[in-house]
Design a protein around this ligand. Structure first.
Ligand SMILES: O=C(O)CCC(=O)C(=O)O
Length: 264
């Protein structure tokens, strides 16, 4: 079945893509965004870095060697649109099942010539529980990810191991995820992964549209963070994805807020 988003039609994931996501823990979707969509996202991201300055990312975490933004749904319609991408939502549902919501929407830019490589980790330090997987991320490449500029590394299949990596773990089976700007990677966030050093003179920018299962707290409690204006103009799907009318989410409140896989 096809669905439209921002004027384009998209086919949903095939059975073989779903199987690959299930087995490997990630799925690379090249060309999901047009050059124009990437340019709009990059323009807004750079405006925010300029206006937020040293505060950028502080609603969540700041990270040496990088620039970060947090709470992005509140910071531009391009981000409100992003959370509704039908193919991304299909990938998230493949991992989490039908009961899921946005956990956070953050941006991470690996600085030029920086040792900003991250330890292998699972997002939010999450280990699948008796109901299964409960965190799933999507990594939107706003620049090409290359072997040199701080691409994502992943350990295929590690989401099925039911444990977290030891500090400093290095595995021969890890691979680098490269691709062109406009590629989106659906990533079971229990998968062991991390950013790598940027050895080029240009930033490597990515957007992380991060989801969690309905019975878990959001990393950033959206109902408290979103301005009344943004809340008022959201679509019914947007409200649902942000859990704005969800008493269960209100009860979970801020209990999971600001938990990272490794940043203190
Ligand atoms: O931006 C990346 O390449 C990965 C970032 C990541 O895994 C994180 O910040 O937890």
């Amino acid at each position: 079945m096809a669905h439209s988003w921002d004027g384009q039609r998209f086919d949903m994931l095939t059975e073989s893509q779903r199987r690959s996501l299930d087995e490997n823990g990630f799925l690379i979707l090249p060309g999901l965004l047009s050059p124009d969509q990437v340019a709009r996202l990059v323009a807004r991201v750079e405006e925010l870095f300029a206006s937020e300055g040293g505060e950028a990312g502080s609603e969540f975490k700041q990270e040496p060697g990088t620039r970060r933004l947090a709470n992005c749904v509140d910071k531009g319609e391009v981000f409100e649109e992003a959370i509704e991408h039908p193919v991304v939502l299909d990938g998230i549902e493949t991992v989490l099942g039908p009961d899921f919501k946005l956990s956070s929407l953050n941006v991470r830019s690996a600085n030029p010539n920086s040792n900003c490589g991250q330890p292998l980790h699972a997002d939010s330090g999450a280990i699948a529980d008796e109901k299964g997987y409960y965190v799933c991320n999507s990594v939107w490449m706003l620049d090409d990810f290359t072997e040199q500029n701080g691409a994502l590394r992943v350990v295929p299949g590690s989401h099925r191991w039911g444990r977290l990596p030891e500090p400093g773990a290095q595995l021969e089976s890890e691979i680098l995820v490269t691709g062109k700007a406009g590629t989106v990677v659906i990533m079971n966030a229990h998968l062991w992964h991390g950013g790598t050093d940027n050895r080029t003179g240009q930033p490597r920018r990515a957007m992380h549209v991060y989801f969690t299962r309905g019975d878990k707290p959001q990393q950033q409690y959206q109902k408290k963070l979103l301005s009344p204006d943004v809340q008022a103009r959201l679509s019914p799907l947007g409200r649902k994805l942000l859990a704005l009318d969800d008493e269960r989410n209100d009860a979970l409140g801020e209990s999971g807020a600001r938990i990272s896989g490794f940043l203190k």
